[in-house]
Design a protein around this ligand. Structure first.
Ligand SMILES: C[S@@+](CC[C@H](N)C(=O)[O-])C[C@H]1O[C@@H](n2cnc3c(N)ncnc32)[C@H](O)[C@@H]1O
Length: 242
């Protein structure tokens, strides 16, 4: 199935509304489940992404699909003047705002409602954009990526962290078993929303990853694109410039 047709529930609501509802439902357990499913590595993955932005010292940063704010918080080490996080799930951002306040970053980071595909920031606004595990949920992937390109400054950088699939046959086998059986099981054990982790499995399987995602970035005229597999290949970092 085409990836943007994969939705959490089987009702007729638009994907964006279904995704927002799903994340509202799982918000309280999101950080815990994220840590379990990534074996605690998700924080170091975001740090790797942030390192790619260091050389250009971005001052104005946008964290798209910020959720509970971890990527925005990780970007604080770049010493920017402003970080804005946007998301369609108020439930996720509510927890994010609390977390940001607890680490004393509430003057630097603000979280606000926004859909990546229709954000209306002026052209050429941000020095850097990060997206952590967000693009897979877009209703229209190319529309979302083009809108992010529009609000990025010329030569600005975008770093996308997304779930992927191992290339190596051995790891692929292990990953497939773990992913198809363990992910929905753990999700169902810890979250009240039984459908959410089936959606995670299905959306990852249908999503273009590695070279295929880079091909899309190139097609949309992003420059200096590359990807880097993480761990056994279960996640990937995509880098591009405007
Ligand atoms: C898996 S969470 C990732 C949260 C965070 N970026 C992280 O690294 O943990 C995905 C987030 O994407 C948000 N999201 C999905 N589609 C979106 C869209 N079109 N615009 C903005 N946010 C979106 C969801 O509400 C959810 O909070």
């Amino acid at each position: 199935m085409q990836h943007d047709k994969v939705t959490p529930y089987t009702n007729a609501d638009p994907k964006k509304e279904q995704v927002a509802k799903m994340f509202d439902n799982i918000a309280k357990r999101y950080d815990l489940i994220n840590t379990i499913l990534s074996f605690g590595t998700h924080k170091s993955w975001r740090k790797k992404c942030v390192r790619l932005l260091k050389s250009k010292q971005p001052k104005n940063i946008l964290d798209v699909a910020t959720g509970t704010g971890d990527f925005a918080i990780a970007c604080a080490e770049l010493n920017p003047t402003k970080i804005i996080g946007i998301d369609i799930s108020e439930g996720m951002m509510e927890l994010g705002r609390e977390k940001i306040k607890n680490v004393g970053l509430d003057k630097l980071i603000t979280l606000e409602y926004g859909n990546a595909e229709t954000l209306d920031f002026p052209d050429d606004t941000f020095d850097a954009i990060v997206v952590g595990f967000g693009v897979r949920n877009f209703e229209n992937l190319e529309k979302g990526l083009l809108n992010l390109q529009r609000i990025l400054k010329p030569n600005g950088q975008i770093v996308i962290l997304e779930t992927s699939f191992p290339k190596n046959k051995f790891f692929k086998g292990i990953y497939n078993i773990g992913f198809s059986i363990l992910t929905p099981l753990i999700g169902k054990m810890f979250s009240k929303d039984k459908k959410a982790y089936d959606y995670l499995t299905n959306s990852v399987k249908a999503f273009p990853h590695n070279e295929n995602f880079v091909t899309i970035l190139n097609k949309l005229n992003y420059r200096n694109t590359f990807f880097k597999g993480l761990g056994i290949g279960s996640a990937a970092i995509y880098y591009a410039e405007k």
